[in-house]
Design a binder for this molecule. Structure first.
Ligand code: 26V
Length: 803
């Protein structure tokens, strides 16, 4: 017996039987496999194709409607899209999950196993890339005509494993299997040049590139909630113009014959895995120009197919720059309009600025892009001229301007993006204010209307409905299904939190998630955890400013305290870490090694391990986040105030009922305002106090002297307690924390330590804890990326929903 499961896009209703037949058909005719010999992979492919078929109608309909209405389109340019798996997302958004489950069951297969067979599309480093993926889903859910543009990296973010506790990186191969979600578009190709020289004839500039490559498009439909709308993610792959040099081949130079193809393909070969330092690598600049220039051509081609007046460009086209990585869009669009289409220079700048807006995602000076003028001019000689002119024109217009795009022999991409954008936004209220006060203070003074805030958000479809079935079912049972599309409806839970009944069910859902996660830990890593212990998660890239070392030092201090008093009334806790370090970031890798070393000692300690365990899960990615987040009780958001632009993991965890222990940094500030200060564990210095504290001579030494627990934890690390046979292993870490300590681990330690004691005490009142957690869920609705995207649409893009 099967219930009828409708999919929502107005097409034919589809039930489990019909879906099963479609799967069978793809198995036979697309994959050429007989059911008797089909593997899990074959079934996944067949199911994916069957589901993709259901998306295609909505996708075409959306495109037709956008053309029919002559609507403004939004183009989201991003070097990174961290999408993760697509099958489950599509099933959930089309309302086909139950039908798929039944259809596979009829073949003796388990849907979750099939879903988990899909490799993550890990085309991003972290927060910035995942935000882009959430935004794509929300743009489709809201029915905003939009397109994401990026690079189809052959290799996404490296796979992380540990050898003797050290991070080891291996290449990632998501495309080694067929990728069923994309459509190759051999007809959508553009030729792009690099290098060469510029010729000036009669006041016209003609760029003669030295090298030319082709960009070929691959399209992935992104379906919104209830399958009502689908937008496209268009990723560019680099190809050689002449893939094979027959002449060289015929002369016996077989390697040389393949060289053009190999060289061209390098451009889209691999995602840069370092989001912490800007190394100014030529290949990176090539990647940036490659995808930005291809996207702009595509945008203009589409514009031309509908309009013949370039003056309409800002009315019809909104281009969002996800950080400065596509900042070359400014000068390139000016070049296309002015050099290639004869628009007067200042008018070209005005039109380009009318289309472009820019999001800043970090204030860390080492991550702000700046290119050497030499390298830049060598690769993009005409763009260099255009940038110089934009810079000089602006300086002439504002004689008291201090900051320049071209500065001490570098091209500063933040300044360029600011000058070429009609709006510049930060990603949380605090971050936006700091942008005004620090990196963009000068330009903000000259253009006080340009900077606005757009606090980040996360898609509730993936980050609640699909990843947390137990809680989702409870929510739907309690307040109906409207929350999935309108997350603020979660506030309807509030009246029930104080009363009886609901809170027991809420706690039971969390308990169930913890059991499932615990079982998985056991199966995959042979780890035994008690689902009644507090699951305390710090899951994010490893970076000094995120202060995983603060967390591990505090863990060591706790362990020592338990040892002192093994019969004390301790609150059991499992400290869960996950995250990758940039391959060249030595300090971050030492932190990983230290955490693994501490885990080995603590987990083997018979005296303490019933109270305290430490696990570092390898290869953090979207799918692992989907496992950890629903099972977490405590969310560690402990960055040095002023350094985390927003955070989005903090939102996912709060939404799923983890309480935050955190600083007043990024979106933590707004999370605390929404969920209530009484449901948030605040500690640490404010951004202003941080700046003042750094001025104090020997701030770290003083903090250590005043906090014996910290001194003792550091001493254990220093003496080699966790690195037997190699006492010096963590000298660098210890000397940093007790010396320069730029990120103020020592100075915030006492406050953090005390707050963690409060957390442990609070967890013992399980009802009170569950109520606090439920308030976090009920009051996190504002952090939906639907809200964020709605605000971008009205406040920045001037775009309308076509639903
Ligand atoms: C910088 C660079 C430098 C050049 C090499 C490659 C590369 C790749 C990425 C970046 C920028 C990283 C900035 C970033 O990811 N920021 C994060 O953005 C999140 C979404 O807005 C936000 O929640 C996090 O707080 C912020 O750290």
């Amino acid at each position: 017996m099967t219930t009828e499961f409708r999919h929502f896009n107005g097409g034919e209703p589809i039930d489990a039987e019909a879906l099963g037949a479609a799967v069978q058909s793809h198995l036979t005719y697309t994959l050429g496999k007989d059911a008797a010999h089909a593997t899990r992979y074959d079934w996944r492919m067949a199911l994916s194709y069957a589901v993709r078929d259901r998306i295609t109608d909505a996708w075409f309909a959306a495109t037709r409607k956008t053309y029919a209405e002559g609507a403004k389109r939004v183009y989201y340019l991003s070097m990174e899209f961290l999408i993760g798996r697509l099958l489950e997302d599509a099933l959930v958004n089309l309302g086909l999950a139950d039908a798929a489950e039944a259809a596979l069951k009829a073949q003796g297969l388990n849907l979750m196993e099939v879903v988990c067979d899909e490799p993550d599309a890990a085309l991003g480093n972290g927060g910035l890339g995942r935000l882009a993926a959430c935004f794509l889903e929300s743009l489709s859910t809201l029915g905003c005509p939009a397109m994401g543009y990026g690079i189809r990296y052959e290799h996404g973010l490296f796979r992380q494993s540990f050898e003797d506790g050290r991070q080891v990186e291996r290449p990632e191969h998501w495309l080694s299997q067929q990728h069923p979600w994309e459509f190759e578009r051999p007809e959508a190709r553009f030729r792009l040049g690099f290098g060469g020289h510029v010729e000036h004839v009669d006041g016209r500039a003609i760029w003669h590139p030295a090298e030319v490559v082709e960009a070929e498009a691959y399209d992935t439909p992104i379906i919104g909630w209830e399958g009502k709308w689908a937008n496209t993610l268009r990723l560019w792959s680099a190809k050689a113009v002449h893939p094979f040099d027959l002449g060289r081949f015929n002369h016996g130079d077989f390697y040389g014959a393949a060289e053009p193809e190999a060289l061209a393909r390098t451009i889209s070969r691999v995602l840069y895995p370092d989001d912490t330092t800007d190394e100014g690598k030529t290949l990176r600049l090539k990647q940036e120009f490659f995808f930005t220039a291809a996207s702009l051509r595509d945008i203009l081609r589409r514009f031309d197919s509908e309009h013949d007046d370039l003056a309409l460009l800002p009315q019809k086209v909104a281009i969002q720059l996800n950080d400065t990585h596509p900042a070359i869009a400014g000068p390139e669009l000016v070049r296309l309009l002015h050099d290639e289409r004869g628009v007067e220079f200042h008018e070209a700048v005005r039109l380009a600025r009318g289309c472009l807006s820019y999001t800043n995602h970090t204030l860390l000076p080492e991550a702000l892009e700046a290119w050497g003028e030499g390298l830049f001019a060598h690769l993009l000689p005409r763009h260099m001229e255009i940038i110089r002119r934009i810079d000089e024109d602006h300086a002439a217009q504002y004689p008291d301007r201090a900051s320049r795009i071209l500065d001490h022999g570098t091209v500063r991409m933040g300044e360029l993006s600011f000058l070429m954008a009609h709006h510049v936004n930060g990603v949380s209220a605090l971050h936006t204010e700091l942008m005004k006060e620090t990196v963009f203070s000068d330009l903000h003074r000259l253009h006080p209307e340009r900077i606005i805030n757009q606090t980040n958000g996360v898609t509730p479809r993936r980050w609640l409905k699909s990843c947390n079935g137990a809680l989702s079912d409870l929510l739907t049972e309690t307040i109906g299904t409207g929350w999935v599309r309108d997350l603020e409806q979660l506030s309807r839970l509030e009246p029930m939190i104080g009363g009886a009944g609901f809170i027991e069910k809420y706690a039971a859902a969390k308990r169930e998630n913890k059991t499932v996660f615990g079982n998985w830990l056991n199966e995959e890593f042979n780890l035994n955890v008690d689902p009644d212990a507090m699951f305390d998660a710090q899951i994010k890239r490893i970076h000094e400013y995120k202060r995983q070392h603060l967390a591990i030092l505090q863990t060591i201090a706790d362990w020592q305290a338990i040892h002192d008093n093994p019969n004390g009334d301790w609150t059991p806790r499992v400290r869960i870490f996950a995250g990758k370090a940039a391959p060249g970031y030595v300090f971050a890798k030492e932190i990983i090694h230290l955490i693994n070393d501490v885990a080995a000692v603590l987990n083997a300690d018979k005296v303490t391990r019933e109270y305290l365990q430490v696990v570092f899960l390898p290869n953090y990615n979207v799918s692992l986040a989907e496992r950890i987040i629903p099972a977490s009780d405590l969310s560690e958001q402990i960055s040095t105030a002023g350094k985390e632009a927003s955070g989005t993991g903090n939102m996912k965890l709060a939404l799923n009922g983890a309480l935050t222990i955190g600083t007043l940094d990024g979106a933590n500030v707004e999370i605390r305002e929404h969920v209530g200060a009484e449901n948030f564990f605040l500690f640490g210095m404010t951004a202003q106090e941080v700046v003042a504290r750094r001025e104090i001579d020997g701030h770290a030494g003083r903090a250590i002297a005043e906090c014996p627990a910290l001194g003792r934890a550091l001493e254990a690390v220093r003496s080699g307690r966790f690195s037997a046979g190699e006492p010096d292993r963590y000298r660098g870490v210890v000397e940093n924390v007790s010396g320069p300590d730029y990120f103020l681990v020592a100075s915030d330690f006492a406050s953090y330590h005390a707050k963690q004691a409060e957390v442990s005490a609070a967890y013992r009142d399980r009802d009170a804890w569950a109520r606090m957690a439920a308030y976090n869920t009920a009051r996190s609705g504002w952090f939906s990326s639907d809200r964020t995207i709605g605000d971008y649409m009205s406040q920045i893009w001037g775009a309308k929903s076509l639903l």
